[in-house]
Ligand binder design. Structure first.
Ligand code: UD1
Length: 419
């Protein structure tokens, strides 16, 4: 899928089922290599990043089979030899990084290219490295590749200097295979970290403090393959929520994980959305025109997620006043501003971390280009809100995280086609 064409100004109407979470599925698939048998991971989203992770698992020696409602992995063939990962799936996908903790745990040595991912900031990995060093891992750089090795993987007391989902996950993955106890202070509390801990616990790991910022992992327990169902994707649900707010629609987001979306729901309610939540999902009625929330500031969970900042920004372009959006997590997450301005949005970029949006009565469709995953989905949302035709190119980024954004929006009555 290279481009998406949207004929806008149709309020979204209907029902859509929210796919499984990308950010939960990827580390859990990586974690399956720590077991010595078969795991069955249900509700994995059919997205490019999951295909990339499957390719990497196969390279490592895992047998992977797609079944109708999930992915079966058999890790019995993953040896204890040194693993070398230098394929495109590593350089193109940030979450390939969680294989670092899992492979250190399994093989004690791994060589991998510097992981890629969306171009939304510098995205250093210093915290991953420092924490694993505390656990007895040594790192050397060899021709652009990172060689990590240890002959004494042990528990440690780790204080993460800032909240990092990836570093927390990597430490957990190494810690379940390490000798002794690991204490992680300053751990990320994101629901995807919780999902990883629940999966590992089901496999036999002993993890305390799940869902808090202080985790204890009692390492060295033998892990067994298990069946696990990936929770619904709060970011996909939030994207469709803001699309409904921006178009003044009425939708039911089936399976939306409402309990994980409090900050998002609060923002959407401020914007004039009427929202009813239940165990089965979220019913949303959008306003005629969104209200402008004075300040939206991204923050680690349970704050407003950085991954939904672009979707909220797109919806606020039609707000009835002024909104300041502050990005506190990544420094390069306003790449859609220029594209939204082409569509008639009134946005002043005050710094690389802050924009001021003054709502306009309407956007005008035009050709725009996606430069990353969440920004790309937000441009499609803007296209749904705009008069006339919007053509979004660069849509392969969107496939990294959304199973079929065109199908989902068509199910909600939108006029959307992809090429
Ligand atoms: C994960 C999510 C991503 C989400 C992000 C923040 C996955 C696959 N991706 O990314 O969708 O936007 O969490 O919720 O789960 N940092 C350092 N040094 C490090 C590691 C991180 O300085 O070693 C910084 C980052 O540059 C960033 C902040 O810490 O400013 C948070 O990053 P982190 O939580 O690690 O993001 P990811 O795990 O890459």
């Amino acid at each position: 899928m290279g481009t998406i064409e949207i004929l806008g100004r149709v309020p979204l109407q209907g029902n859509v089922v929210i796919q499984g979470s990308k950010n939960a599925a990827l580390p859990i698939l990586a974690a399956t290599i720590l077991t010595e048998d078969t795991s069955y991971i249900k509700n994995c989203p059919r997205i490019a990043d999951v295909c990339g992770m499957i390719r990497l698992l196969e390279e490592i020696g895992c047998r992977v089979r797609r079944r109708s409602d999930g992915i079966e992995t058999d890790s019995s063939g993953v040896g204890k030899k040194v693993i070398r990962l230098d394929s495109e799936a590593v350089t193109g996908m940030r979450s390939s990084l969680c294989l670092l903790g899992a492979l250190i745990g399994k093989c004690r040595e791994v060589v991998m290219e510097y992981p890629g991912g969306c171009v939304i900031g510098a995205r250093p990995i210093d915290m991953h490295i420092r924490a694993l060093e505390q656990m007895g891992v040594s790192f050397v750089l060899e021709n652009g590749c990172l060689r990590a090795s240890t002959d004494d993987l042990h528990g440690a007391q780790i204080s993460l200097p800032k909240v990092s989902v990836g570093a927390t996950e990597n430490v957990i993955l190494a810690a379940v295979a390490a000798e002794g106890e690991t204490l992680i202070r300053g751990a990320a509390r994101e629901p995807e970290v919780v999902a990883l801990c629940r999966f590992l616990s089901a496999c036999g790991a002993r993890i305390g403090g799940i869902g808090t910022d202080c985790l204890t992992v009692c390492g060295g327990k033998k892990l067994y393959g298990r069946e696990y169902t990936i929770p619904a994707d709060r970011i996909v649900a939030g994207t469709y929520l803001f699309a409904c707010i921006g178009t003044g629609g009425t939708v039911f987001l089936e399976k939306a994980p409402c309990r994980e979306m409090e900050a998002v729901i609060e923002t959407a309610v401020y914007m004039g959305g009427k929202i009813w939540t239940s165990e089965s999902g979220m019913y949303v009625q959008g306003p005629v025109r969104p209200f402008s929330v004075p300040l939206i500031r991204t923050a680690p969970y349970p704050g407003f997620p950085t991954d939904l900042q672009s979707a909220a920004l797109a919806a606020e372009t039609l707000g009835d006043g002024e909104t300041v959006i502050e990005e506190t997590i990544f420094e390069n997450r306003f790449r859609i501003v220029g594209e939204l301005q082409k569509m008639g949005a009134c946005i002043v970029q005050e710094s690389d971390r802050c924009v001021r949006v003054t709502g306009v009565p309407y956007l005008m469709g035009c050709p725009v280009t996606a430069a990353e995953l969440r920004g790309g989905a937000a441009l499609v949302t803007a296209g749904l809100m705009a008069r006339g035709k919007t053509k979004v190119s660069g849509c392969s980024y969107i496939e990294r995280g959304y199973e079929n954004i065109c199908r989902d929006f068509r199910d909600l009555g939108a006029r959307v086609v992809s090429e």
